[in-house]
Ligand binder design. Structure first.
Ligand code: COS
Length: 387
């Protein structure tokens, strides 16, 4: 345990670990099969405060530091990845824009409800033709009297079916684009002209639902611009700040999943015989485990160090990208190696390896692909912006 965390937090982490082992893990296969987290389990997550990890105490959350938050996510991702998705998207990218840049009135209205889990928040940036190239979104918002009128389509929006609040990014000035022409709005479920499409059918993350969002002359009150009318045009920066934090937490998810896969491999090679002796006695297996553990150790150190630096108020944009690319690519390598160690049994659902192999693949894509992270890192090195 990191020495800088408080006694209170240590006790909370132990409670979360216990909850993961006793409540979440035993049903991880049912959640996968049914593609749904049972509502009574979501209710227990609410009671444990998991929907308010990153929301300040002033607004009803736990107000954890970034380091504390990544420690919690490391625990929760040692089982089915969709549990983290349910809570992490809501009190992460879904509501962070309101916490960072919202008006005091917006914070007081939305954040306590998100922190308690009464309302779920979602983040609507990605579009069918603009995922990585966030500057090229085509959802438009035009001011008409007291409302902004939104038109466009968003895609792959996590928790859209349960969300009440959508941090929605739209273009408000075609010329200025990312430099003053993109605005962040709070769209609420039920607003006229707003609808949620059918659930996507995916290869992994089955218990976490993504949907298309459709805005057809959707009228959003002026007061729903995040930060108020004086922040019209500043929404790209809000989205990028939110993603800086999000990318760190995805790094934590990748480390948590990798640790679990390593633990499963260690158990496996102790029990499984090959050539008449436990596989654990084979040097090739020992070296594979050693390499996995070494990579996880390195990933964890860069994750914690970046989280600490963020907590100190430093700009960690390119370090967060390094964390995301390193940790998530590591998780894929480790899950793939685990498949070698488990051999044919690895493809059985009961091994859990096949689920991790499918799920960790998404970590390399959402909240910015590995290629996007490399663009951010190399731009920092070369100090060069897009022409
Ligand atoms: N924090 C605050 N502001 C930021 C920022 C950050 N991390 N990154 C960029 N900005 C600001 C810049 O300073 C710039 O402001 P000025 O014009 O006032 O100088 C503005 O935003 C535009 O920045 P930039 O020119 O770097 O934007 P680009 O269009 O070149 O795009 C990338 C930058 C590629 C990094 C961005 O499009 C991106 O992150 N894409 C991936 C999106 C993503 O993760 N999608 C997944 C969806 S969420 S599941």
């Amino acid at each position: 345990m990191d020495p800088s965390v408080s006694e209170d937090f240590r006790n909370y982490l132990i409670k979360v670990r216990d909850f993961v082992q006793k409540e979440l893990d035993p049903i991880h296969m049912a959640v996968e099969r049914e593609a749904e987290i049972p509502e009574d389990v979501v209710e227990k997550m609410r009671r444990l405060g998991l929907f308010g990890l990153s929301i300040s105490k002033t607004y009803g959350g736990l107000g954890l530091t970034t380091l504390e938050e990544v420690l919690i996510y490391e625990e929760i991702t040692q089982t089915n990845a969709c549990y983290r998705s349910r809570i992490g998207t809501s009190n992460g990218i879904g509501s962070m824009g309101i916490l960072y840049d919202g008006t005091e009135e917006q914070r007081r209205h939305y954040l306590p409800r998100v922190a308690s889990g009464e309302w779920t928040a979602a983040f609507a940036l990605t579009e069918p033709d603009a995922g990585s190239d966030a500057a090229n979104i085509s959802t438009r918002a035009v001011l008409d009297g007291d409302c902004w009128v939104l038109n466009g389509t968003k895609q792959f929006i996590t928790n859209a079916d349960t969300a009440h609040v959508f941090t929605t990014i739209a273009v408000t000035d075609e010329v200025k684009k990312t430099s003053g022409g993109v605005t962040a709005f709070i769209v609420e479920q039920g607003m006229a002209g707003f609808s949620v499409g059918p659930a996507d059918i995916k290869m992994g993350f089955k218990g976490s639902h993504t949907h298309e969002l459709i805005f057809k002359d959707c009228r959003v009150p002026r007061e729903n611009v995040i930060g108020g009318m004086e922040r019209v045009g500043q929404g790209f920066k809000t989205a990028m700040r939110v993603l800086d934090k999000g990318r760190l937490t995805i790094g934590a998810c990748a480390v948590g999943a990798s640790q679990k896969v390593l633990d499963l491999c260690v158990d496996r090679v102790r029990q499984k015989l090959a050539f008449g002796t436990p596989k654990a006695d084979m040097q090739s297996v020992q070296f594979a485990l050693a390499d996995m553990a070494t990579q996880i150790y390195a990933a964890r150190q860069m994750l914690y160090n970046t989280a600490r630096r963020k907590d100190e108020g430093q700009n960690v944009t390119h370090e967060a990208s390094m964390v995301k690319v390193f940790c998530t690519e590591m998780a894929s390598r480790i899950a793939d190696k685990a498949m070698d160690i488990f051999e044919e049994d690895g493809i059985l659902t009961s091994s859990r390896i096949e689920m991790f192999l499918r799920d960790v693949r998404l970590y390399r894509i959402y909240e910015g692909t590995s290629e996007i992270q490399r663009i951010i890192i190399s731009r920092h090195l070369l100090n060069k912006k897009r022409e």
